[in-house]
Design a protein around this ligand. Structure first.
Ligand SMILES: Cc1cc2nc3c(=O)[nH]c(=O)nc-3n(C[C@H](O)[C@H](O)[C@H](O)COP(=O)(O)OP(=O)(O)OC[C@H]3O[C@@H](n4cnc5c(N)ncnc54)[C@H](O)[C@@H]3O)c2cc1C
Length: 434
């Protein structure tokens, strides 16, 4: 089907920025771009009728890491990266609360809990609390609350750790709120539009869809688990997460969000129902898929966990089962980087995109700016040189051959300072607009 001239002038016209994917990452990125560059046109293209990956199909934990999870991360990637990730998530949760009324998205700071069945992580609780203090502003982010094991009716649990800053939200309502916010900012959408092929010319990126080609100045991939279609060699694997929800349970004791087994099992109450997900570590290989089905094996694992740990000696019925697809990699950190001067990746949000996406969204507009390496080197080097004493200044200038062809070298330092300032004002300012 050929597009009409009306369609080409409107829906399929060239945009300043196009984002592929309308999950949390795509929407927060679109909002941040539009906030930073209100005059730029921004379009989000989504292959499904609604966002369909992980964002609408997750567990709705607003969390930044349990004790055992943080220790496991630190062991794999070191404390610096682990704390960076905790900070991104912590700040991300604050951002959600400044953008939306908690009631609009059912945001509840009900507390996050972790069940531990040995003391290994417990021995490091003080160390982790002191490392997290500068992020959470709490003396003790994690405390032992074993008395709550009985209060919540949990079975097979030896130690319960509480983090008062975590909670839950309604992922569907958060996405709807983000869509509304995006539309109010003038961001446009094409749903049900799968991108088939992408190519880049000197002047633009060309996006081929079933019905038309659309061009853009900049393209952002917020395709998370589905990114391999465009970048087959990227360090990313799809990871299916299976979930079940019970029917309402009378006098349900459970309240809050819960982690178990370094976060491989997660459960919470949704009103008086229990939502439970995970157990991916019981079938790692089988769950490395982007197929949205559920499997008997994993659903049975989840039901066993429900019987033994969450609802021991209680009758329950399962009302819903579903799965969503995450993106994992050899590293837990997300990939937020330029592929070319015009194409940017914002993917691999692992099992923590609710909290991460608001801050990843903020990084994307910075990557759209063109700040040539040469120009920033110029500024750095010139500031360095201008701070040197007179004699060293001239020797260094000769050494770097920095101003060798520049006549102002002979006029003096003040002139150079003036030129650098003008250069900054004109060249850098111009070059930071995309
Ligand atoms: C079962 C489960 C439970 C989870 N629980 C939590 C939790 O409690 N807390 C938490 O913080 N995180 C949780 N996560 C992780 C979190 O949901 C993800 O990290 C986050 O949603 C990722 O957002 P995203 O926008 O990057 O990806 P997605 O939400 O997957 O969005 C990617 C979008 O790109 C679209 N797309 C892909 N390819 C194309 C194409 N070719 N053309 C057009 N569109 C395309 C897809 O259709 C999709 O809508 C969970 C995930 C799962 C699966």
């Amino acid at each position: 089907m050929n597009p009409s001239i009306w369609e080409l002038d409107t829906f399929y016209r060239k945009r300043d920025a196009i984002i592929i994917g309308s999950g949390f990452c795509g929407l927060w990125s679109a909002i941040s771009i539009k906030e930073k560059f209100p005059e730029k046109s921004v379009l989000v293209i989504e292959k499904e009728p609604i966002p369909t990956g992980a964002s609408t199909r997750n567990a709705g934990f607003s969390c930044f890491g349990s004790l055992a999870e943080i220790l496991a991360d630190a062991e794999k990637m070191g404390w610096e990266k682990t704390l960076d990730l905790v900070k991104l998530r912590f700040d991300g949760l604050q951002k959600i609360r400044t953008y939306f009324d908690p009631k609009e998205i059912d945001y509840e700071e009900v507390g996050g809990f972790e069940i531990l069945n040995n003391e290994v992580a417990l021995q490091k609780i003080d160390e982790v609390n002191s490392k997290l203090k500068s992020i959470t502003n709490l003396e003790k982010t994690y405390t032992v609350q074993n008395q709550k094991i009985a209060e919540f009716g949990l079975g097979n649990a030896k130690i319960l750790i509480e983090n008062p800053l975590e909670g839950s939200l309604h992922s569907g309502k958060l996405l709807v709120a983000l869509l509304k916010k995006a539309q109010n900012l003038g961001i446009e959408f094409l749903f049900g539009t799968e991108i088939l092929e992408i190519s880049e010319t000197e002047n633009e990126v060309v996006i081929k869809t079933k019905n038309a080609e659309i061009t853009t100045e900049k393209l952002i991939y917020a395709t998370n688990a589905f990114t391999k279609k465009f970048f087959p060699n990227i360090d990313l694997v799809p990871a299916r997460g299976q979930v079940l929800v019970t029917e309402p349970i009378e006098n349900l004791k459970l309240k809050g969000t819960f982690h178990y087994d370094e976060g491989f099992y997660y459960f919470r109450n949704v009103g008086n129902r229990v939502l439970l997900g995970g157990a991916r570590n019981k079938a790692f290989h089988e769950e490395e898929t982007s197929d949205f089905s559920t499997t008997e094996f994993l659903q049975n694992e989840l039901e066993d966990f429900l019987k033994n740990v969450i609802l021991p000696n209680q009758n329950f019925k399962i009302s819903h089962r579903w799965s969503g697809i995450m993106a994992m990699g050899t590293e837990k950190s997300p990939i937020v980087e330029k592929v070319t001067e015009r194409q940017i990746l914002a993917v691999r949000l692992s099992g923590m995109g609710v909290a991460l996406a608001p801050k990843i969204g903020e990084l994307v507009p910075n990557l759209l700016e063109v700040r040539s390496l040469k120009s920033s080197n110029f500024v750095l080097l010139s500031s360095f040189l201008l701070n040197l004493p007179q004699s060293q200044f001239f020797t260094s200038c000769q050494f770097f051959s920095f101003f060798e062809n520049c006549y102002i070298f002979h006029i003096g330092r003040k002139c150079i300072y003036f030129c650098v300032t003008i250069f900054n004002q004109i060249f850098i300012k111009k070059s930071t607009v995309f």
